[in-house]
Design a binder for this molecule. Structure first.
Ligand code: FES
Length: 395
């Protein structure tokens, strides 16, 4: 049984946002919006109201959305990262995370949104969102990134399927522009030519980076005259590429984004061919938030309630929750305005550090091993495993 919330101090969100903007240094730079992960330390996962600059139709079922960049460094990003967007749709607070498709070097903040069947946010964005509208947007986040180095000559390989191209596009554009001697080899799976997201942009990039960008379109519903390119990006096809294109297994970094099955088979094939797991980076493409009732039951014998303290923006919220409930859900029920988006272990928006006590995560697709070792958890997946737990979203 949850005890009533005790809130130590109220939160004036607008005052917090305003003071944050004022404190941010200016972002004017030859590198546009380029950031490193280290630059982003201390950036709070708070929503900011950004104006939509443009909604551009990319394919029959997808748009890209460009946003006005506010003054300061808050929205600088590392290629491969995503934005969490929030809108009121039909009276409901709906949040989704979408990868940035622009290169930070361009100074543009642009995400791609593919309309998925039954998808509340993606349908709204594809049919109603327009220039001049205002969206709530969290600063860029995510660990599926490439930190480029102009002094390096590297080879990269990407495997993307469908809208999984989005972060890979940002990564490859930044790598090719910022590392003048690096090369990128991309395998991109779609159903047919008409459904290829950013097809024209990829063609333009091949011309611009002649000889350094190679793109292989793999289509499952359209025969391009080559057996190797007709079908899905499955284990047999990826193995074929690995065996017949020598550079596939000799890259410095691999970037995989798409459905979970594709990521697993690509990763398995690459490892079997001798690629080290440290070189393989992946991001699951998941668009919908798993329902709260789908939360797995706690496995541990721990039972009863836990007394939990959540720190956010220097304020404490205290509550008692069941050890079978996720900390994020309990904190939201207790009135804390804690950050989240997917609630499915994918986006990392709900990241917090355990300062006291123990928790157990049901799933984790987004925290790195180092972050876990440092005590960070996904609060949407974390269940208390001690009577007293303190987690901080400020750490
Ligand atoms: S809300 Fe996305 S990982 Fe927790």
């Amino acid at each position: 049984m949850r005890r009533p919330l005790v809130r130590i101090a109220g939160l004036d969100l607008y005052a917090t946002m305003f003071s944050w903007f004022k404190k941010s240094p200016t972002s004017a730079s030859a590198d546009g919006l380029l950031a490193t992960k280290a630059d982003q330390k201390g950036v709070k996962p708070q929503f900011h109201a950004l104006v939509v600059r443009e909604v551009r139709r990319e394919t029959a079922d997808s748009v890209s959305v460009s946003l006005e960049v506010p003054e300061g460094s808050t929205f600088r990003f590392v290629p491969g990262q995503y934005l969490t967007l929030r809108a009121q749709i039909g009276g409901a607070d709906v949040r989704r995370s979408y990868s940035l498709c622009s290169s930070p070097l361009s100074g543009e903040l642009r995400v791609a949104i593919k309309q998925v069947e039954g998808g509340l946010f993606s349908t709204w964005a594809n049919t109603q969102l327009k220039a001049g509208d205002v969206l709530d947007v969290m600063p860029p986040m995510g660990n599926f990134v490439l930190e480029t180095d102009p002094s390096k000559r590297r080879r990269y390989v990407g495997f993307a399927a469908g809208s999984g191209i989005t972060p890979v596009l940002s990564i490859l554009k930044t790598a090719l522009e910022r590392e003048p001697e690096s090369e990128f080899l991309l395998f991109y799976g779609n159903r047919k030519t008409a459904s290829i997201l950013f097809k024209n942009e990829l063609e333009d990039l091949k011309d611009r980076f002649m000889g350094r960008l190679e793109v292989h379109h793999v289509l499952s519903r359209e025969d391009q005259g080559s057996d190797a390119l007709f079908g899905r990006l499955d284990a047999d096809r990826i193995r074929y590429f690995a065996e017949h294109i020598p550079t596939v297994t000799k890259a410095d970094g691999y970037y995989l984004c798409g459905p979970e099955a594709m990521i697993h088979v690509a990763s398995d094939v690459l490892k079997a061919a001798g690629v080290s797991s440290e070189a393989i980076h992946f991001e699951l493409f998941t668009s919908a938030a798993p329902a709260k009732e789908s939360a797995p039951k706690a496995k541990s014998a721990a039972s009863g309630d836990a007394y939990v303290t959540v720190l956010l923006d220097g304020e404490e919220t205290h509550f008692t929750q069941s050890s079978k409930e996720f900390v994020l859900d309990a904190a939201l029920d207790a009135g804390a305005d804690v950050p989240y988006a997917c609630k499915g272990a994918v986006c990392c928006t709900c990241r917090a550090k355990v300062l006291e006590g123990n928790v157990e995560m049901a799933m984790n697709y987004s925290l790195t091993d180092d972050e876990v070792a440092d005590g960070y958890v996904l609060t949407c997946q974390a269940m208390p495993r001690s009577e007293r737990v303190v987690v901080s979203y400020d750490a």
